[in-house]
Design a binder for this molecule. Structure first.
Ligand SMILES: NC(=O)c1ccc[n+]([C@@H]2O[C@H](COP(=O)([O-])OP(=O)(O)OC[C@H]3O[C@@H](n4cnc5c(N)ncnc54)[C@H](OP(=O)(O)O)[C@@H]3O)[C@@H](O)[C@H]2O)c1
Length: 225
């Protein structure tokens, strides 16, 4: 086994997550391709020379099984996410859509952090990237046209600051990244290529030991929450 660092990317079967897995695979990381469909994880992992794992971030047993299968990782990219309520508004959005959104975007990422971050703290090194969104910033105003999605990412930003505070000086850096509007199944009309968003996320995975923690990053810059 090489001395390369290991990284788990959730939702790595397509879109931004796949692009992140691909970029890290080319940069001497031991990548674990996480996907809720184990066959899709296996297919992408085979194409990238990575390792697959089935992980549905909303299912506690699935997340636990994934950790037992792959063991501790040095870095974690919490990428899995859903956009279910585009075109609604806060006064009329069906709250079951908000609930399902929070289950994946907030609680799913939180669950995966609870499973993998304690071992990073114990080992004295780790990088955690939370894939957030420009829809979620108080600085610019939350995007009300997808209210459950926006508020789920604002909550993730809050989680980022709390995890960063709890792990400060442990060797673990926890940051949120705004990848920008990127052409994926979630945003089919966006201009940005997944590979460009992936570069920004990989920057946060590969931060030096004196890099920021508890920051909101866009590209290589720190931005307002
Ligand atoms: N595209 C953008 O413009 C944009 C902008 C800002 C932030 N983001 C964020 O970037 C991340 C990736 O999105 P994307 O644009 O690449 O969208 P995407 O192509 O729709 O990919 C979403 C990924 O999340 C996975 N996923 C959903 N629910 C899951 C669950 N319960 N467990 C495990 N995986 C699950 C999906 O798996 P399945 O294939 O099994 O459904 C898929 O791999 C998301 O967090 C999104 O909010 C995207």
């Amino acid at each position: 086994m090489s001395g390369a660092r290991s990284v788990l990317v959730t939702g790595a079967n397509r879109g931004i997550g796949r692009a992140v897995a691909e970029l890290l695979s080319r940069s001497d990381w031991r990548v674990v391709v996480g996907a809720r469909d184990g066959d899709e994880a296996a297919a992408v992992a085979a194409a990238l020379g990575a390792r697959p794992v089935a992980i549905d971030t909303t299912d506690p047993d699935s997340v636990k099984r994934a950790r037992e299968a792959i063991g501790p990782v040095d870095a974690l990219v919490n990428n899995a996410g859903v956009l279910l309520d585009a075109g609604t508004d806060p006064l009329s959005v069906p709250l079951d859509l908000v609930e399902r959104t929070l289950a994946v975007n907030l609680l799913g990422s939180w669950r995966v952090c609870q499973e993998f971050v304690p071992a990073m703290v114990e080992r004295g090194w780790g990088r955690v990237v939370i894939v957030s969104s420009g829809t979620a910033t108080f600085h610019n105003g939350l995007f009300a046209g997808a209210p459950g999605y926006s508020v789920s990412k604002t909550a993730l930003n809050g989680l980022t600051t709390m995890l960063a505070a709890q792990t400060r000086n442990s060797g673990v850096l926890v940051n949120a990244v705004n990848p920008g509007m990127t052409r994926t199944r979630m945003m089919p009309k966006a201009q940005r290529e997944p590979a460009d968003a992936a570069r920004d996320i990989v920057h946060a995975v590969t931060l030096p030991d004196d890099g920021p923690t508890g920051a909101f990053l866009r590209g290589r810059e720190q931005i307002e929450w």
